[in-house]
Design a protein around this ligand. Structure first.
Ligand SMILES: Nc1ncnc2c1ncn2[C@@H]1O[C@H](COP(=O)(O)OP(=O)(O)O)[C@@H](O)[C@H]1O
Ligand SMILES: [Mg+2]
Length: 235
């Protein structure tokens, strides 16, 4: 579904991606793991066209992804950014509607709203509350739900566990699995390697702009030097 070959990206002189190749098949959950500064966020930003690539190719369903971020969303690729980035001065409902801003199928939007409220009943309870008043966990739920409102084929998540209590992380990861089982492919980048390996089918380990290792998540979890490689969360 998503095919990335030999991708390079940089910020001025800083080489953030140095020949990254990854694939995500439809219906898969794929994790990209790596410590702070490895290039994980840059990879997602390059896919969603928020950062321009220097070279390499990114194709989705056999065609190159467009250069404008909102056109990427139109192709069915949604980015749930690091740090949630929800609108503090808008209500939960208004934040969700922003996720649907490119759509005109009112009936479908209504259906998807019901779906996210079923996945996250807390958001329904807080429908009229301002985004800025939500807890960190609720904000992450809102960020994921806003992404779902675009009805994505591929959802990309940047460190959804960051700063959240383990119990909330578990809830959110359970729901990501549910979202995947209902037909959405997921590309997740995480420092919390154990959690990400537990829900993903395959994973890539990234260090300083390069893929160092890849394999089935089961095999990687069983690997002996795994703690050394992962550097991030331990629970
Ligand atoms: N906006 C930016 N300007 C300059 N350098 C950046 C910027 N964003 C990231 N970098 C650098 O690019 C490298 C990769 O960063 P990033 O993709 O954020 O890594 P990760 O998400 O794995 O922590 C790091 O060296 C980081 O300092
Ligand atoms: Mg990052």
């Amino acid at each position: 579904m998503l095919h990335i070959e030999n991708l390079y990206a940089s910020y001025g002189g800083i080489k953030a991606l140095q020949g990254v190749s990854i694939d995500v098949e439809a219906h898969e959950i794929v994790a990209v793991l790596g410590s702070n500064g490895a290039g994980k966020s840059t990879l997602l930003k390059t896919i969603s066209s928020m950062v321009r690539k220097n070279s390499g190719s990114i194709t989705f369903e056999g065609k190159a992804l467009p250069a404008e971020p909102f056109h990427v969303v139109e192709r069915g690729v949604v980015h749930v950014p690091e740090g949630r980035q929800i609108f503090a001065d808008l209500t939960v409902y208004q934040n969700l509607m922003i996720g649907a801003f490119l759509r005109k199928d009112h009936k479908g939007i209504q259906e998807d709203l019901e779906k996210v409220y079923t996945l996250f009943p807390r958001l329904k309870e807080r429908e009229k509350q301002y985004g800025g008043l939500l807890s960190g966990g609720e904000q992450q739920m809102l960020a994921i739900s806003r992404g779902l409102m675009a009805r994505p084929k591929l959802m990309m998540l940047d460190e959804p566990s960051l700063g959240l209590a383990p119990i909330i992380v578990n809830q959110i990861f359970d729901i990501l699995r549910e979202i995947n089982q209902s037909g959405t492919a997921i590309l997740i980048v995480e420092q919390n390697a154990y959690k990400a390996l537990a829900i993903s089918h395959r994973a890539y380990l990234m260090t300083t702009g390069r893929i160092q290792k890849s394999g089935s998540s089961k095999d990687l979890l069983a690997g002996e030097n795994i703690e050394k490689l992962y550097l991030g969360g331990t629970n």
